[in-house]
Design a protein around this ligand. Structure first.
Ligand SMILES: [Zn+2]
Length: 299
């Protein structure tokens, strides 16, 4: 017999047969045993948990729940529920010092921050009840549509916990992806381009997609409440969220704004809260703008 054939077909077949017999015997001779589970992961392996594949596999989805939020203004959002996010956070967390951080925008000329792109500044229309939360990163002169798409990239290893596809008449964030970083912070990328905006569009990462720092998230766009092509970047922490929920000032703000003012947003330029991404964003600062990143909670 051809030995290659022997190993290819006969050996697996014999092994399976032997396994079947063994299982049957065991089953017949002994009282039913609970099904064998895979060996518990050693603590040494937890560092790589769920980071060996591009999407969370069905076995890792145990206890995690994705919900579709059709009531979300202006589109459909799919996201892990809060409990799942907390579970994921525990599983993937790693201190800042052990992680690589990258700029959320691929390096291109003509990237800059606008004065009203400053976190917590008032909007250009002077609407003080809805302060501008987050940081606007502009990628083209006069914020026109860039001829070539500008890539948004994961600033740190993490997992996509939310994605939103906007309707045409979305009046808020437009197409959006939220990444839970291994640093425990959440990064939201708002106003992302539509698939039809560029001929070589890249698919929006779905909930559960695992990313390495620098992986493509999408292209800078102008969907949602804007006519200007830019990335509205939001950085959120659980600590800031807890502080805001205990703050009368923030609670009032949230009720006035009627939107996501209470999601734990921090100033992406504030290294103390936003972490190393603040350094990655430094290269965009400049010109006449004062971007010190001052921000503190007020009562
Ligand atoms: Zn913005």
């Amino acid at each position: 017999m051809n030995m290659r054939l022997f190993y290819k077909f006969l050996v697996p077949a014999l092994t399976l047969a032997a396994f079947t017999v063994a299982t049957k015997t065991a089953k017949d001779d002994k009282p039913a045993e609970p099904p064998k589970t895979k060996p518990a992961k050693s603590s040494k392996n937890t560092d790589n948990c769920i980071f060996n594949q591009n999407e969370i596999s069905p076995k890792d989805m145990d206890g995690l729940k994705i919900v579709a939020d059709t009531n979300f203004v202006g589109g459909i959002s799919h996201h892990f529920d809060n409990e799942s996010v907390q579970k994921l956070k525990k599983r993937i967390h790693k201190p800042d010092s052990l992680l690589e951080f990258k700029s959320p925008i691929e390096n291109k000329p003509n990237i800059y921050l606008e004065p009203f792109g400053y976190f917590f500044a008032n909007r250009p229309n002077g609407d003080k009840k809805r302060p501008h939360m987050g940081l606007d990163i502009y990628v083209s002169p006069y914020s026109r549509k860039p001829k070539d798409p500008v890539l948004i990239q994961a600033p740190v290893d993490g997992v996509v916990i939310s994605h939103k596809r906007a309707r045409e008449k979305d009046n808020v964030i437009g197409n959006c992806v939220i990444l839970l970083g291994r640093d425990g912070r959440k990064y939201a990328f708002d106003h992302m381009a539509r698939p039809t905006d560029y001929s070589d569009s890249i698919p929006m990462p779905t909930v559960g997609t695992i990313m390495k720092a620098g992986d493509p998230v999408g292209y800078v766009g102008a969907t949602g409440e804007t006519t200007m092509w830019h990335l509205h970047l939001t950085v959120m922490t659980d600590e800031a969220k807890a502080a805001q929920e205990n703050s009368k000032y923030w609670r009032t703000l949230a009720s006035q704004a009627g939107y996501s003012a209470l999601r734990g947003q921090v100033n992406p330029l504030d290294k103390k809260e936003a972490g190393p991404i603040a350094d990655c964003l430094k290269e965009y600062r400049g010109g006449k703008l004062n971007l010190k990143g001052d921000f503190k909670l007020e009562e």
